[in-house]
Design a protein around this ligand. Structure first.
Ligand code: PLP
Length: 391
């Protein structure tokens, strides 16, 4: 949308995007020339390298972040009549995978300052659950970690499993370990969608410390089929389907890209940290009108999103107006997220009492551009434009 100002000739900055280099492309080309396009040697290599990066003993690659979550809840046998607790502020997939197994979802409120589920909001949701809770799915929104020791203690006290939605938090370090080491949960789930910290186009990964759960998720990933361990098999063609599974495989071609991206992950993470620090410094003069999200104590997040909280009332403009003014000057933004319990599907399915933290977060949040390809000068361009957009 050119408006004649000099800024309009600058590149449009989306809120997030992938970073693909020649080594990534060469890795995919090499895989295309190999004997395997789908399940081949690169799946296990990608799984092992990923497990090593996050510090988990097991990693199971799958087709996307949603199927990662679905494998994790399915390996826990979450099913009909079970109750799952999901924070209201997340992508719809976190709740959907529970409903796909016919479980009931109870939405927990979040801290309005961070968008994160807390021990307090989880305890309130547990009180509301009217039954035994089977699984709790904390979401590390934007890449900032939920207080996992607190959540794990509450989960243990009520016998619930914990599945981390870590789709935003690859590379996030905390006082209790690196996100994905699954030291405080049954499983942690990641997405490799292009806006996420590492991409395979579409792709996902589940990490766990439980070797049986890893084995089960591998079986579910391929139709519930088992191929090995049959002493009485009539021949090498033999396989048996032991349960109802899915085709949730991640092809070798994409694992090649994942392995190449994984080599660059430390650089991606430090770049995201550096850009976030730039934003924090530059936003300070805007005071209470535009506040960066505070970093949970003792953590070093690798932010996927740079969300700010904006006081649109004090600014005197609506969020839509501010977003439109930014877009006109080439700055892309996004809202993460519309609270899931307010989606028509979920509102029709279950009555959720007002969740003031989720509503306050939703009313105030806006995600600014954050991805490794931003230049050192881009945060200043974004913040200058934002200062103009709210003026
Ligand atoms: C991206 C994302 C998902 C789903 O991942 P896909 O790879 O798109 O299926 C789930 N939860 C959260 C919080 C996400 O950001």
């Amino acid at each position: 949308m050119p408006d004649g100002s000099p800024r309009s000739v600058e590149a449009f900055l989306p809120y997030g995007r992938q970073d693909i280099d020649e080594a990534d492309i060469a890795a995919v080309v090499e895989a295309l020339r190999s004997d395997f396009l789908t399940t081949g040697p690169l799946v296990e290599r990608f799984e092992r390298a990923f497990a090593e990066f996050v510090g988990a003993p097991h990693a199971v690659a799958c087709s996307n972040g949603t199927t990662a979550l679905h494998l994790a809840v399915s390996a826990l046998d979450v099913g009909a009549k079970d109750i799952c607790i999901v924070p209201a502020v997340t992508f719809v997939a976190t709740a959907n995978v529970c409903a796909q197994n016919r479980a009931r979802v109870v939405f927990a409120d979040v801290d309005p300052a961070t968008g994160l589920m807390t021990e307090e909001t989880l305890a309130e949701a547990l009180d509301r659950a009217e039954g035994a809770v089977r699984a709790i799915l904390p979401v590390h929104l934007c890449g900032a970690p939920v207080n996992m020791p607190g959540i794990a203690a509450l989960a243990q006290s009520c016998g619930a499993a914990v599945v981390e939605d870590a789709c935003h938090a690859l590379g996030t370090d905390t006082a209790w370990g690196r996100t994905g080491d699954a030291s405080k949960s049954d499983a942690a789930c990641f997405s490799f969608h292009p806006v996420k910290t590492l991409t395979t186009g579409e792709g996902g990964m589940v990490t766990t410390r439980d070797h049986r759960a890893a084995w089960r998720m591998r079986r579910l990933r391929t139709h519930g089929i088992v191929r090995e361990g049959f002493a009485e098999a009539p021949g090498p063609w033999w396989y048996e389907q032991h349960e109802l599974g899915y085709n949730y495989r991640l092809p070798d071609i994409l694992c090649a890209l994942g392995l190449a991206q994984l080599k660059r992950l430390p650089a991606f993470v430090s770049r995201r940290r550096r850009l976030a620090a730039r934003y924090r410094a530059l936003l300070a003069p805007l005071g209470h009108l535009v506040r960066p999200v505070p970093t949970p104590e003792g953590s070093d997040p690798a932010l996927h999103l740079f969300a700010v909280r904006m006081d649109f009332e004090a600014i005197g403009r609506t969020r839509a107006e501010v977003q439109e003014r930014l877009a006109r000057k080439g700055i892309g933004t996004q809202v993460h997220y519309i609270p899931v319990h307010r989606q028509p599907f979920w509102a029709a399915r279950s009555a959720t009492p007002p969740l003031p933290g989720a509503d306050a977060w939703y009313d105030q949040t806006l995600s600014l551009p954050l991805y490794p390809g931003l230049t050192d000068a881009d945060p200043a361009r974004v913040v200058d434009t934002l200062a103009w957009a709210i003026s």
